[in-house]
Design a protein around this ligand. Structure first.
Ligand code: BG6
Length: 305
């Protein structure tokens, strides 16, 4: 552990640890909060307010994380739940980072507590001081991570602080751990229209559940429904409930794109799928001055035969 990270962990434990529910540690080279409840746990990095692990009681890891994951490099970590804000995907200006500017930034702990012996933490990023050339608005953004006995709730809240309306796109860009990409099926998006990011001319509508045999990159819009990843190899279903979200992105980079990304690990694309709780594509949130908006994702797991 570097001296800086060690000192930060000591400071965080002194200020925010909650016996049995929250403590701070060094993992992947950076400071993280470890949340516990009876039998469940979650890990949240201060970098990017990124949840990196969620293990419900009696179950195995729900989130996928790149084998080379390392905090503190100035780059975002691939895996877990990256926060994409205040824009999703590429910006119209190619000089600005894809998926916004908070996912590699350090967030602050605003509060930590336990409810029913489970850890809850609130992290914040103050965007009021952002260079107007990068983003000409004023807002606060917070991320609440609330562990329960069998679920994890993540709430991304934007509070407009300026005098003009803000157009916002955003995502909880969740990477899920799966047994094998050929053995999963995603339901909850049947009959929904989507933008195929690999064929922008097509105007497809989802027929049946989603299965994978090639690169897949879709924005399902106008949908607030719960999505379920059925995983026959791991004999489990991951339930992704949401609110304040009108779009769901489904992404798997497959072979060639994984090679271009460079940090997926050997056959990593087979072990992950992103199902992202978003407001993206045509689903833009417009925040009036002083208004707030929350994007919520709630994860739980059940067994399937
Ligand atoms: C997904 C997009 O949300 O993020 C993909 O739909 C994109 O088009 C992917 O390639 C990139 O994710 P990351 O974590 O590499 O920025």
């Amino acid at each position: 552990m570097t001296d800086t990270v060690a000192a930060e962990v000591v400071r965080l434990n002194a200020g925010y640890a909650v016996k049995g529910a929250i403590d701070f540690a060094e993992r992947w080279g950076g400071p993280v909060a470890v949340l516990n409840s009876a039998g469940s746990s979650a890990v949240v990095a201060l970098q990017g307010a990124q949840v990196l692990s969620f293990v419900p009681k009696g179950a195995r890891e729900v989130l996928w994380l790149a084998p080379s994951a390392r905090l503190g490099t100035g780059k975002s970590v691939r895996g877990g739940i990256p926060v994409c804000w205040p824009w999703f995907a590429d910006h119209a200006d190619p000089g600005k980072p894809a998926h916004g500017f908070v996912r590699a930034a350090l967030w602050r702990v605003l509060g930590a507590r336990s409810r029913d012996d489970a850890g809850h933490i609130k992290l914040g990023f103050d965007a009021t001081g952002i260079d107007p050339a990068l983003w000409p608005f004023r807002a606060d953004v917070t991320l609440d991570v609330e562990l329960a006995a069998a679920s994890l709730k993540v709430t991304l809240t934007t509070i407009s602080r300026g005098g003009t309306a803000i157009d916002l796109t955003e995502a909880l860009h969740t990477y899920f751990a799966i047994g094998d990409i050929s053995d999963i099926s995603i339901s909850g998006l049947e009959n929904r229209a989507y933008i195929d990011q690999l064929d922008l001319v097509a105007k497809p509508v989802q027929a049946g559940s989603i299965t994978f045999d090639a690169e897949t990159d879709r924005i399902y819009y106008g949908t607030a429904d719960t999505v379920v990843i059925g995983d026959s190899r791991l004999q489990r279903a991951i339930h992704i409930g949401k609110s304040g979200s009108d779009s769901t992105v489904v992404w798997n980079p497959w072979i060639e794109k994984s090679e271009r990304l460079g940090d997926m690990g050997h056959q990593g694309y087979r072990r992950m799928v992103c199902v992202e709780t978003c407001n993206a594509g045509p689903d833009v949130v417009t925040l009036a001055p002083g208004a707030r908006h929350s994007l919520v994702q709630e994860l739980s797991v059940s067994s399937i035969a």
